[in-house]
Design a protein around this ligand. Structure first.
Ligand code: 3HC
Length: 315
C-alpha cells in the first residue's frame, strides 16, 4: 500500500474514533508525539513520588502514613504502566531514563516545588491530583489504545489520591487556627503552579492544534484549566480558605470563573530547569538509577541463565 493510502486509512480510523494500536501504521509525527507525551507523563509520575515521599516518615499519624505510602506506591505503578505504553512505540526504558536524567525530556513543572509542611501533602492530593484527574479522564479517550487503557486504570487510583488530600485539608481547616493557617499557606503556594500543570495557553502551545486533530487531546489546555478552576473554587469555599487570586470571580454570562493572569515567566523558568527543586529532583533520580544498577544487572543475568537452561533442555 502506498503512503497516501496508509495516511488515508489512518485518518479514517481517527475520524471514526477508532483506537490506533501498536501494530497499526501511523505517521512518524504521531508516534514521536506519543513517545514525547507518554514518556514525560511517566517521568512526572516517578519524579512526583519525591516531594510526597519526603513526608512518609513525618506523617502526623499511622493512618496518614499508610494512606500516603499507598499513594506514593500507586504513582510508581502509574509510571510503570506509562513507560510500558511508551515502549510499544519503539523506545526502550533505558533511552527514556537517559532522556530524563540528561534533561532532554521534561516532567511536570509542579514537582519542582518543595513540600514545606504537612498541609502541602493535603494540597498536592487535592489540587495536583485534582488537576491530573481532569487531564487524565480526558486522556482515557485519547486515540492511542495503550495510552487510553493505561489512563482508565490510573484514573481509578487518582480519585483516592484526590480524596485523601482533600480530607487532610478538611481536617486542618476544621482544626485549630494554626492548622487552618497551614492549609491556607499551602493553598497560597500550590494554587498557581497547579494551574500551570495544564501547559501554556492554547495560543502559545506548539502541539495542541495537531494533538486535537489526531484526538490525542480531546480538550485543549485552556479548556481543561478552566474546568479545574470551576470545580475547585467551590471546594475551597467548603474548606473556608481563600484562593490567592483577587480576580477569581464567577462570570454568569460565560458560566465559568474569570481568573487572574498566570505568571508564564515563572512557568517557563521552572520548565527550563530553573525551579526551586529541579536540580535536587534530577540528582535524586540519578542516584536511584546508579544505586539500582546491580538490580538491573542481576535481573538480566537471571533472564539470560533461564534462557540458556531452556535452550539446553530443548536441544
Ligand atoms: N510541565 C513541564 N512541561 C510542560 C508543562 C508542564 N506543566 N506543560 C507543557 N509543557 C511542555 C510540553 O511538554 C511541551 O514541551 P516539549 O515539546 O519539549 O515536550 C511545551 O511545554 C509546550 O506545551 P504544549 O501544551 O504544546 O505540549 P503538550 O501538547 O504536550 O501539552 C500537557 C502539555 C497538557 C502536559 C500534555 O503533555 C499532557 O496532557 N501530558 C499528559 C499528562 C501529564 O503529563 N501530566 C503531568 C502530571 S502527572 C501527575 O500529576 C501525576 C499525579 O499522579 C500526581
Amino acid at each position: 500500500m502506498d503512503i497516501k493510502s496508509l495516511e488515508d486509512r489512518f485518518e479514517a480510523k481517527i475520524a471514526a474514533g477508532e483506537s490506533i494500536e501498536p501494530k497499526d501504521w501511523m505517521p512518524e509525527k504521531y508516534r514521536k508525539t506519543h513517545i514525547r507525551q507518554i514518556s514525560q507523563h511517566a517521568h512526572s509520575e516517578i519524579v512526583g513520588m519525591l516531594p510526597e515521599g519526603n513526608w512518609i516518615t513525618r506523617a502526623p499519624s499511622l493512618r496518614r502514613k499508610v494512606a500516603l505510602l499507598a499513594k506514593v506506591q500507586d504513582e510508581a505503578g502509574h509510571g510503570l504502566y506509562l513507560y510500558s505504553a511508551a515502549e510499544t512505540l519503539g523506545i526502550s526504558r533505558d533511552e527514556m531514563t537517559e532522556q530524563l536524567l540528561s534533561g532532554k525530556a521534561k516532567y511536570s513543572s509542579i514537582f519542582n516545588y518543595p513540600t514545606l509542611t504537612w498541609a502541602d501533602i493535603g494540597a498536592i492530593g487535592w489540587l495536583v491530583d485534582g488537576a491530573a484527574i481532569i487531564n487524565q479522564v480526558m486522556l482515557t479517550r485519547t486515540s492511542y489504545g495503550p495510552y487510553a487503557r493505561a489512563m482508565v486504570r490510573i484514573c481509578k487510583e487518582e480519585s483516592f489520591h484526590q480524596r485523601q488530600g482533600y480530607e487532610i485539608m478538611l481536617t486542618l481547616c476544621n482544626g485549630t487556627p494554626e492548622q487552618k493557617a497551614l492549609a491556607q499557606d499551602a493553598l497560597n503556594r500550590w494554587w498557581w503552579p497547579s494551574l500551570m500543570m495544564f501547559g501554556p495557553r492554547d495560543a502559545e502551545s506548539p502541539h495542541t492544534e495537531q494533538s486535537m486533530k489526531w484526538k490525542i487531546k480531546r480538550k485543549t489546555n485552556d479548556e481543561l484549566r478552566q474546568q479545574f478552576i470551576d470545580i475547585t473554587k467551590p471546594q475551597a469555599d467548603i474548606l473556608g480558605i481563600t484562593i490567592p487570586d483577587p480576580d477569581l470571580k464567577w462570570n454568569e454570562e460565560r458560566g465559568h470563573y474569570d481568573f487572574g493572569d498566570i505568571d508564564w515567566d515563572e512557568f517557563w523558568q521552572v520548565v527550563n530547569g530553573n525551579g526551586q527543586c529541579n536540580k535536587d529532583r534530577i540528582a535524586a533520580k540519578q542516584k536511584a538509577w546508579d544505586e539500582g544498577a546491580w538490580v538491573r544487572d542481576a535481573a538480566v543475568a537471571h533472564a539470560e541463565k533461564k534462557e540458556q537452561k531452556k535452550q539446553k533442555l530443548s536441544a
